[in-house]
Design a protein around this ligand. Structure first.
Ligand code: FMN
Length: 343
C-alpha cells in the first residue's frame, strides 16, 4: 500500500511540504474515535522477546523514531501508534528559530537517501515542554537538545542547560546534539575540551535531581578514529550514559545520484542507505574499543530488519529510523520487529 500507492503520491510533493501535510492529516485522522487503537493494533508487535532493558528503562521493542521527525513534539501521541519502542523529539533550542532558507530537504531516490540542511528549525523548548505536559502516551520519549544558531560556541553551555531544565520533567532520556552539520561551528563542540566541560556540567545538573535521567551524546559519522577514542574517553570520564551513533554525514561518497544533481542540492547532511556502512563502522569501533562500556543507540540507514540486525551485531542496543520511515513507510517498525523475532 505505501510503496505502490502512498509513496509515489507523497514523492510528487516537496519533501518538507508533504512532511507538514502528513502531520496535519494524521492529526485530523487521529481525532476520530478509536483510530489510535486501530492503528496501534495494526502496527504494534507485542512480544516480551523484543524488550530491551537499558539506561534504567524498559523499551518494549528496540526500534525508535530518530530526532528531527517530530522536532517540536507535535505528533508524538499519534506517532506512538506506529509500533515504535521509543520516540526522540527535537532538536530543540532555547529560543524558537526559523532554520535555513527553503528548500532545505531533498530526496535522492536512486540512493534511498535524503540530504537536509534544516538548521534546527523549531518553535523553542518552552512550547515543546507545554505540549509534552499533555502527553497521553506511555511511549518512552527522548529529548534531543541543541543550541541556537545565534549563540556563539563560548555560550553554548547555557543553551543546553536551559533546554535540559525545561524538558527535565517531561522526557525519559536526553540526547546532547553537537553533531548536526547544519548549525555553523556546532561540530566544534565535539572537541575534547568543550565537550568534556559541557557534558560534565549537564551531568552535575542531572545529579542534583532527585531521580537523574539518562544522558546520551549524539555524534557525527565524520569523526576520525582519534576523535572516536576521545569520545570514549569523554563518555567514561564524565560518566554520561551512552552514545547515539550517528547523525547525518557531510560525505557524498559512493552515491548513484549524479554530481550535477548533488551540486544543485548543495550543502547538508546525508542520511539513509549510503550512511549505513559508516554508521555501523563507528558503532563497531566504539563498542570494541570501549569493551562495551556503555549502551549505543544506532542511527543511520536502517530501513529493514537486516539493517537493524547489522547494527545490533556491531554493538548497538537500540536502533532509530528517520530516512527509512520516509522510504519504507508506516510499517517500518513493525517489519523490523517481526524480522528480529524470526531470528
Ligand atoms: C530532515 C532531517 C532532519 C533531522 N533533524 C535532526 C535533528 O533535529 N536533530 C538530530 O539529532 N538529528 C536530526 N536528523 C538526523 C536523524 O535523527 C538521524 O540521525 C539521521 O538522519 C540518520 O538516520 P537515518 O539514515 O535513519 O535517517 C535529521 C535527519 C533528517 C533527514
Amino acid at each position: 500500500m505505501y510503496r505502490y500507492f502512498l509513496k509515489p503520491v507523497f514523492f510528487l510533493f516537496q519533501p518538507e511540504t508533504i512532511h507538514h501535510l502528513v502531520f496535519r492529516w494524521l492529526r485530523i485522522l487521529f481525532a476520530l474515535p478509536a483510530i489510535q487503537s486501530i492503528v496501534s493494533a495494526v502496527y504494534t508487535v507485542r512480544n516480551k522477546k523484543l524488550e530491551v532493558n537499558i539506561l534504567g528503562l524498559t523499551f518494549p521493542n528496540p526500534v525508535g523514531l530518530a530526532a528531527g521527525f517530530d522536532k517540536d513534539a507535535k505528533l508524538f501521541n499519534e506517532l506512538s501508534a506506529f509500533g515504535f519502542g521509543f520516540i526522540e523529539i527535537g532538536t530543540l533550542t532555547p529560543k524558537g528559530q526559523p532554520g535555513n532558507d527553503k528548500p532545505r530537504m531533498f530526496r535522492l531516490p536512486q540512493d534511498q537517501a535524503l540530504i537536509n540542511r534544516m538548521g534546527f528549525n523549531n518553535a523553542g523548548v518552552d512550547a515543546a515542554a507545554e505540549r509534552l505536559k499533555n502527553r497521553k502516551t506511555k511511549m518512552i520519549i527522548g529529548g534531543n537538545i541543541g543550541k541556537n544558531k545565534a549563540t556563539p560556541n563560548e555560550n553554548a553551555m547555557a543553551d543546553y542547560e536551559y533546554c535540559f531544565e525545561k524538558l527535565f520533567d517531561f522526557v525519559d532520556y536526553f540526547v546532547v546534539n553537537v553533531s548536526s552539520p547544519n548549525t555553523p561551528n556546532l561540530r566544534e563542540l565535539q572537541e575534547k575540551e568543550p565537550l568534556t566541560k559541557l557534558l560534565s556540567r549537564l551531568k552535575e545538573l542531572n545529579q542534583s535531581k532527585k531521580t537523574p535521567k539518562p544522558i546520551l551524546l549524539k555524534i557525527a559519522p565524520d569523526l576520525s578514529n582519534e576523535q572516536l577514542d576521545d569520545i570514549i574517553d569523554i563518555v567514561l570520564t564524565t560518566k554520561i550514559d551512552g552514545v547515539v551513533a550517528t547523525n547525518t554525514t557531510i560525505s557524498r561518497g559512493g552515491l548513484h545520484t549524479t554530481s550535477a544533481e548533488l551540486q544543485k542540492i548543495g550543502n547538508g547532511g546525508l542520511s539513509g542507505k549510503p550512511l549505513s556502512m559508516r554508521s555501523t563502522e563507528v558503532i563497531k569501533y566504539l563498542s570494541v574499543r570501549s569493551n562495551q562500556a556503555f549502551p549505543i543507540i544506532a542511527s543511520g540507514g536502517i530501513h529493514t530488519a537486516e539493517d537493524a540486525i547489522e547494527k545490533i551485531k556491531a554493538g548497538a542496543s537500540l536502533v532509530q529510523v528517520y530516512t527509512g520511515f520516509v522510504y519504507e513507510g508506516p510499517a517500518i517498525a513493525s517489519n523490523i520487529c517481526k524480522g528480529l523475532l524470526s531470528l
